[in-house]
Design a protein around this ligand. Structure first.
Ligand code: FAD
Length: 391
């Protein structure tokens, strides 16, 4: 009999405490039982399975790293392990949770007032309120650091926001969206909690995506959208504060990519063990084994890299360039792994029901969001050379 398929070749799980390992296995069992059976159908229909939200809340892993406000106060390492487990079953659901737990809750946790944290974080941890994060604009993607065109202006009634935000995950149904805008008076980037019922706020669903189709992305329009001072994030005063959130979430995307690659590899390996051609399992052919070993080598390199990345994070030593390097390396290697996984499956590799096609498509979006390969490479390049080569 062939050995069981479990792509943890260097036994990273052995580094976890028994409690953390138990949590990993609990998350895995939940995803296998509750999420895996749904995802191909929802992916095909470009729809979100709202029925999973209470079950996800019961799993109690949202906002895992934050202290207080109903959150677990756990390690970044275990948070990463959880992100990889989600990615292994479905990168869309992993992204939904990443936006809620990382981008939206993280903005409030790092940049919000005590009142804002108390109002939003416990409800968001329980997924009773859903959040989104609006940074990218139709004409400004990579250049958000200096180029935001969405404006905010202080008036007697609070702040007036104008502009558009594109690609905003969860925003078609979120209760709040964190909007990043440039202050016309001091030219600095500020952050706001914008509520869905605000009359100046409207969202249109982005249709026709060929990746992460379960994630609902929106095009937001802000038209003289008035936000009270109490909903401005008081500790978001320059783009550096936004970047603090992105540092954490880019590390999370690296872990999610590990999961996506692992899911594709495990499904492909299983397939090659069962599929026979010329009277033998295709896994017995040298050229197929070469693909499998290339996949596993990259996956193992990624797994060990993100492990150390999270150790740095938990030691308080993580820098932007560490997170960017992991995001670039893992999403680039994932693209190679999913494409080989699809290749060893022949025609069935492009059918959703064989559970590799979805990873193949989703890897494309993970590769581009949270900073493209070029932008994250330039962050690393600046740190190792001292030269900023963005413009
Ligand atoms: P552009 O910036 O137009 O880039 C196009 C190409 O030019 C890229 O290859 C890029 O690397 C390259 N390029 C740009 N500048 C340089 C340079 N200086 N040197 C070399 N090459 C360069 N944003 C949010 O705010 N919130 C979200 O929830 C969100 N979710 C997303 C979900 C999905 C599925 C996708 C696809 C995107 C999402 N985004 C979100 C937006 C995402 O962060 C942007 O797509 C990304 O930052 C790239 O911006 P862009 O697509 O405008 O590409």
């Amino acid at each position: 009999d062939p050995p069981p398929v479990d792509a943890d070749f260097y036994d990273i799980s052995a580094k976890l405490s028994p409690e953390d390992r138990a949590l990993q296995l609990k998350v895995r069992a939940f995803l296998e039982a509750e999420i895996k059976p749904l995802v191909n159908k929802y992916w095909l229909h470009d729809d979100f399975p709202f029925e999973i939200i209470p079950k996800l809340a019961d799993l109690n892993v949202c906002g895992y790293v934050y202290e207080g406000y109903g959150c677990a106060g756990g390690s970044s390492l275990v948070d990463g392990i959880i992100a990889a487990e989600f990615g292994r079953i479905d990168p869309s659901i992993a992204t939904f949770l990443g936006v809620q737990s990382g981008l939206a809750m993280g903005s409030i946790y790092f940049c919000g007032s005590e009142e804002q944290k108390q109002e939003w974080l416990p409800q968001m941890q329980q997924l009773k309120k859903i959040g989104a994060f609006g940074l990218t604009e139709p004409e400004v993607g990579s250049a958000t650091a200096g180029g935001l065109t969405t404006t905010c202006k202080k008036t007697a009634d609070g702040w007036v926001l104008n502009g558009q935000k594109k690609w905003i995950g969860n925003s078609t149904f979120s209760d709040i969206t964190i909007i990043w805008a440039r202050d016309v008076d001091d030219n600095q980037v500020k952050g706001f909690i914008v509520r869905k019922e605000n009359p100046g706020f409207s969202v249109e669903k982005i249709k026709g995506k060929m990746a992460l189709r379960i994630v609902q992305n929106g095009l937001i329009t802000l038209t003289d959208c008035v936000v009270p001072e109490a909903d401005r994030l008081p500790h978001a005063n320059t783009f550096r504060d936004t970047a603090k959130v992105l540092q954490m979430t880019r590390a999370g995307v690296a872990w999610m990519a590990v999961g996506c690659a692992r899911g594709a590899y495990e499904n492909a390996l299983e397939y090659t063990l069962k599929r026979e051609q010329f009277g033998k399992p295709i896994a017995s052919f040298q050229l197929i084994q070469n693909h499998l070993v290339e996949m596993l080598s990259n996956l193992t390199a990624m797994q060990t890299l993100v492990y150390r990345l999270s150790e740095l994070q938990d030691e308080g030593k993580l820098k932007d360039e560490h997170a960017s390097l992991a995001k670039v390396f893992c999403t680039l290697r994932t693209r190679d792994i999913v494409s080989r996984a699809r290749e060893v499956m022949g025609g069935n590799g492009i059918l959703l029901e064989y559970n590799v096609a979805r990873f193949l498509a989703d890897a494309e979006a993970i590769y581009s969001y949270e900073g493209t390969k070029e932008i994250n490479s330039l962050i690393v390049g600046r740190s190792i050379t001292g030269f900023s080569a963005f413009v």
